[in-house]
Structure formats: C-alpha cells, structure tokens
Design a protein. Structure first.
Lengths: 199, 199
C-alpha cells in the first residue's frame, strides 16, 4: 500500500512508521519536515500537497496540536488553535483527502484518552478528541467508494513521560509500538467508524 | 433559583422552561427574542448580557445551531458555523458564564443523540455533540467554587418529527417534557461532569 503519514516525526508517528513501513510504502509528512510539508489548518495547501502525490491507499494522521493550560487560563487564541489543528485540521484532512484515495482506501485520525479521562490543563485536547471520535462515526456512514475511516485513541505515550508524566500521574503509559497496532488495524483491517482505544 | 435559559423559544427550551419555571425564576434568552438577546458566537456580547443580569444560580443552554447537509456537501462556512455555534458557542457560554454564577451554581449544555448514533446530513452535529460531551467532562474537574457542569443529550424530539422525521427514521421520538427532566437533574441535582442521555 501507498500510505501518507502525517505527523511522521512525532512520537506516535515514529511508531506508526516503524510498524507500517515494514510492509508498505510510507510517505512521511509534517508541518516542518518529512518528504511532504503540509499544514492541516490550511485546506488549500493540503489539497495541493495531496494532488501532487497521486492516488493513495491510506491516509494516516498522527498529528494535531492543541492548547494546554488550566481551563480558565486557556485563551481564545488557544481554543481557536486547538479547533483549527487537532479538530478541524483532521476533519479537513479527511474531507479533502478522500478525493485522493483509491476505492476502498482508508483514513485514520487520532483522538486520545483525554476524551473521557480528563486531566487539568487538557480541556481543549478533550474537546478535540470528542469531536474527532464523533466525526469518524458520522463520516463512516457517508464516505463514498467504500472509503473507510477510523480513529485511534492513544493513552499517554511511554516515550513522552519525561515531558508529560506530571500531567498524567496514575495513567499507565503505553509504548508507541503498541499504539501503532491501532493504526495497523485501521489501515490493514476492514473496519469503518471504529475508535481503537490503546490506553 | 435564578436560571438563565438560552434557546428558550426552541423545542427543547420550551420544555425546559415548562419544567423549571414551576419552581424557579427562569430568564428566557435567545438570539432573536426572549427577555435577553444574546448570540453564543459573540463572547463580548455574551459577557455584557450576563453582567447585566447579576448573579445566577444556573445557566442552561438549549441552543446551538449546526450546518445540515450530506458529508461531502457541507461547506467550509457550514463547518465554521457549526463550530462557532453549537460547539464553541456553548464552550464560550460556560467559560464566560461561570464568572456570573454563585458558588455551587451549575451550567448545563446540550449535545445530542447524533454523537454516537449518526445519520446522513448530521456530521457537523455529531462533531459538535462529541466535542461538547468531552468538554463537559474536562471542565467539571477544573471549574472553581463548586460550580458544576453537565450536558443533556436529547434524542429526536417528538415535537420536531414533522420537520426531522425523514432524517431520523427508526429513532424513537422523545417528548420535550421528558428531555426537560435531564435539565432538571443537572440544575436541581448535585452531579458534575455527567451526560444525561434522553433518547
């Protein structure tokens, strides 16, 4: 398969690249590096980048930034940034990206454990995750040409515990290699409208 | 209690007003009518309107519009409108509104059955509902002064079946009087971070 992986240089993305790269052609994309540079918050640029790649078998997003601050300290800009990136950025990716998928191709987005297990500072992340999971279920029943869409909900990554540990005390860290299995199920399985929780 | 009810003239809002109005002072608000005029997508106007009302015991949102179209026909404007109204409009209401609540006051937002039971045309509604429910759980653990926050997830309203029936075949319609009980539990109970599904 020819798979576009967005957020390829992030912690989740590296795990996904390692898992899928052994069996498939993985095209690494990101905001600032990789083989393809693209910004999920820029639909026109996204379309240009996808058109240049030609037909894809799968699009995987392991991307999506959010604001991180105490609930009442999150600024309007941080809320807007979170919505434009992790939430509507991934929605844009699905809506634009489906045009460039082969029949039966797949889209895999990323939500996260904060959807239903919140932590202080994480309200914008929770909101984005909740929106993504509901969108995936809704889009699954309307996408044309047998195109599938799922989400993976990672827990806190073992590899991120140095930075994120203080925010996630008591959460069981998950190795990125295990999170990558969720993306494998979505891309290499036959499901649609599913959320694979790896927490 | 002194309760601000936004969306008071909608189908859900009328049911909530009937239920809570028998025991409490309900101030009706909406975009175009009611005792107070306000627009959830306008945070500055929202703050002015709330400041003029003085301390409240509860804020209830039975509001929030979304775009409604086939997945691939939803325009960028319809997505932005849905996010600005039902999703971030209600989030703004909670974040601004908490300042004007008494200690231990409550906020009740509205999601909906489409979060996990999607229908064609409803992807923007599903996304908004998923975001609201995750936000409510996250906000509940950070709101100060014992302020509570919950959501009610109505099914398709019996009173809306003339207009919405064709989109919701097989869904069991729910009378607005029954949906109103969810708002009563949130306002008059002691829970926080809950979603009351009335489908």
């Amino acid at each position: 398969m020819k798979i576009l992986l967005i957020g390829a240089r992030g912690t989740v993305g590296r795990g996904v690249a390692a898992e899928l790269g052994t069996r498939h052609e993985v095209i690494a994309a990101g905001r600032t590096g990789g083989e393809v540079t693209l910004d999920l918050a820029d639909p026109a640029g996204l379309r240009r980048a996808l058109a240049a790649l030609g037909p894809l078998d799968a699009i995987v997003s392991a991307a999506g930034q959010v604001g991180w601050a105490p609930l009442l300290a999150l600024t309007p800009d941080q809320w807007a940034f979170s919505v434009a990136n992790k939430l509507m950025g991934q929605v844009n990716l699905a809506l634009v990206g489906q045009e460039f998928l082969v029949d039966g191709g797949s889209i895999t987005l990323t939500s996260g454990v904060l959807r239903d297990q919140p932590v202080p500072y994480g309200a914008a992340a929770s909101l984005a995750n909740g929106g993504i999971e509901a969108f995936v279920r809704a889009a699954a029943i309307e996408l044309p040409r047998g195109i599938r869409i799922n989400a993976v909900s990672p827990g806190v990554l073992l590899e991120s515990m140095d930075a994120l540990g203080p925010f996630f005390r008591g959460f069981e860290p998950v190795p990125s290699a295990r999170v990558a299995l969720g993306y494998s199920r979505s891309v290499e399985g036959a499901d649609t409208g599913q959320v694979y929780a790896v927490h």
